[in-house]
Structures are given as structure tokens and as C-alpha cells.
Design a protein around this ligand. Structure first.
Ligand code: ADP
Ligand code: MG
Length: 271
């Protein structure tokens, strides 16, 4: 993790030699009178697995949604791949994207997997996976299908290619959603509690796929309540409390020797 690189140019390279994938500085997000993010900073270099933990309502989803331009921050800075997301503010202080095409470009570098309802229900699994590569990125169909088949095999769903989501288990749907997110070969994967809507017996198969990606060096930001998993796969853990980073550090430190009282309490309650 690098901090305070405010003046660094695009594609900042850290001491370890890895390039900056995501950089967030002093991010604020307000919904009306409710300030949900109160000055969050974090960054991820290529190959980092950043786990974000914290109680319900602490701002985890809002933070991920700002990275993916699904929410417009009230203030602060986000760089994806070294490119700063440009926002414009009106006289009421409401922010909006300054450049629509930039938003498309930023999103094409990010694969997002939500808690549930990820796949398009009117398309078969393989149609889900090839949709964006063909219709947004302009990949030719044969190539997109070959890549999709490879990705479906990787998440253990090769034989389900022509099945509609309604006929898949929740765990299969989430694995399919991961394959779909990977189909654009994103620089960073963003996961927002990808297993919390699943029946307990289906959680393991989805964590296995995410764990394999982490092992392969896929950069990711992962919001999760699976603490054992976070401890195993994360390179860095961020504990959010009430819109602020209360504590952060390597997994063994955060889970083994938490300092903040609130974090200790949180870990006690989730176990
Ligand atoms: P978490 O993912 O950590 O549970 P969220 O980021 O979803 O937290 O939400 C943080 C707070 O922001 C909550 O109080 C939530 O009700 C509020 N919030 C989230 N999205 C909106 C929205 N679009 N409009 C108003 N309030 C919102
Ligand atoms: Mg959430």
C-alpha cells in the first residue's frame, strides 16, 4: 500500500515495482444530510488483495460503488489505472461525471460482482459472459465464445453454458457472475459481499474461485464478512467504521492483534 502519492503521475510505480491500480484519497460521499464516507483513503497496487470489513452501514458498498462510478463522490480523488475520475459540481454541490466516455473507460477496467442478482435472467450463461465483450468491447463472436468457454471451465461451469440463470444454484450464479466480470479482463475485480446472500453450503465453492484468482495475482478489492477467508487471501485489510478507516494493516495484524476497541468488538461479534 502506498499513501500520500497525491502528486504522483499516472501509473505510479511503488518501491516493490508494482503499479498502482486503485488510489483513493480523502473521499467524501453525502446523501442529502447523511455523510456516508467522511474522508476515506486507500490504494491497491497490481496484485494486491484489499479486504474491506466493517459493520452494516459503515459505507463499504458506497465506497465500491464510487470506484465503479455508480455513485459520484461529493469530494475527494479516485484514480483507476492512474487515471483520475473527473467530476463536475453544480451550484448546489451535486456532483456528476464530467466525461461520460471516461466513465465507460474506467468501467472497462473493473469487474464488479455484487451480493446477488448479477446475471441477466433472459440470457443463457454463455450469452451473459459474451455480451459485454461483443457489444461493448467489439470482440468478434468466435473469440468471445472461446474466451467465455475457457472462463466457464475455470469456474467449474463448462457444462452449464446454455443454461438460464433461473436453473442455476445461487453458488453457480455467483461463479457465473465472476466469469462474466472476468470476460473483460479487468485490471481490478471489485467484490461486494459476493457470498452473503448464499445458503451456507454454497459459500465455499464461490470463495474457492475468488481464492484461486487471488492466488493467481488478480488485483481485487473485496468487501466481505468471511473473516477467515479475508485473513487467508488478503494482502491488506481495511476496517471501516462510520465512513472512516478506523484501522488498517496486514491481515495477521488486523485479525491477530487489532488495536482499535471498535475493531476488537467487531471481530468478536462476527465470529
Ligand atoms: P455498507 O455496505 O457498509 O453496509 P452502505 O455503503 O450500503 O454500507 O451504506 C452506508 C449508509 O449510506 C447507510 O446508512 C445507507 O442507508 C446509506 N445509503 C446508501 N446508499 C444510499 C442512497 N442511495 N441514498 C441514501 N442513503 C444511502
Ligand atoms: Mg454493503
Amino acid at each position: 500500500m502506498t499513501r500520500g502519492a497525491a502528486n504522483a503521475g499516472p501509473e505510479t510505480v511503488s518501491q516493490s515495482g508494482a503499479a498502482e491500480a486503485i488510489h483513493i484519497e480523502n473521499l467524501h460521499k453525502r446523501f442529502g444530510n447523511l455523510e456516508v464516507l467522511k474522508g476515506v483513503s486507500l490504494s491497491a497496487k497490481d496484485g494486491d488483495v484489499v479486504a474491506i470489513i466493517g459493520g452494516s452501514g459503515s459505507g463499504k458498498s458506497t465506497l465500491l460503488r464510487c470506484i465503479n462510478c455508480l455513485e459520484n463522490p461529493t469530494s475527494g480523488l479516485i484514480r483507476v489505472n492512474g487515471e483520475e475520475i473527473k467530476l463536475k459540481a453544480d451550484s448546489h454541490g451535486h456532483t456528476a461525471p464530467a466525461d461520460r466516455r471516461q466513465i465507460e473507460r474506467i468501467r472497462s477496467r473493473l469487474g464488479m460482482v455484487f451480493q446477488s442478482f448479477n446475471l441477466w435472467s433472459h440470457m443463457t450463461l454463455i450469452e451473459n459472459v459474451i455480451e459485454v465483450p461483443i457489444h461493448v468491447l467489439g470482440v468478434n463472436r468466435d473469440e468471445a465464445v472461446a474466451n467465455a468457454e475457457r472462463l466457464l471451465a475455470r469456474v467449474g461451469l463448462a457444462e452449464k453454458r446454455d443454461v438460464y440463470p433461473a436453473f442455476l444454484s445461487g453458488g453457480q450464479q455467483q461463479r457465473g457472475a465472476i466469469a462474466r466480470a472476468l470476460a473483460i479482463d479487468p485490471r481490478v475485480m471489485l467484490f461486494d459481499e459476493p457470498t452473503s446472500a448464499l445458503d451456507p453450503e454454497l459459500v465455499g465453492e464461490v470463495l474457492k474461485v475468488i481464492g484461486d484468482l487471488a492466488q493467481e495475482g488478480r488485483t481485487m478489492i473485496l468487501v466481505t464478512h468471511e473473516m477467515k477467508f479475508a485473513r487467508k487471501v488478503a494482502t491488506h485489510v481495511v476496517y471501516l467504521y462510520n465512513g472512516l478507516v478506523e484501522e488498517e494493516g496486514p491481515p495477521d495484524q488486523i485479525f491477530g492483534e487489532p488495536k482499535a476497541e471498535r475493531l476488537k468488538q467487531f471481530l468478536h461479534n462476527v465470529h
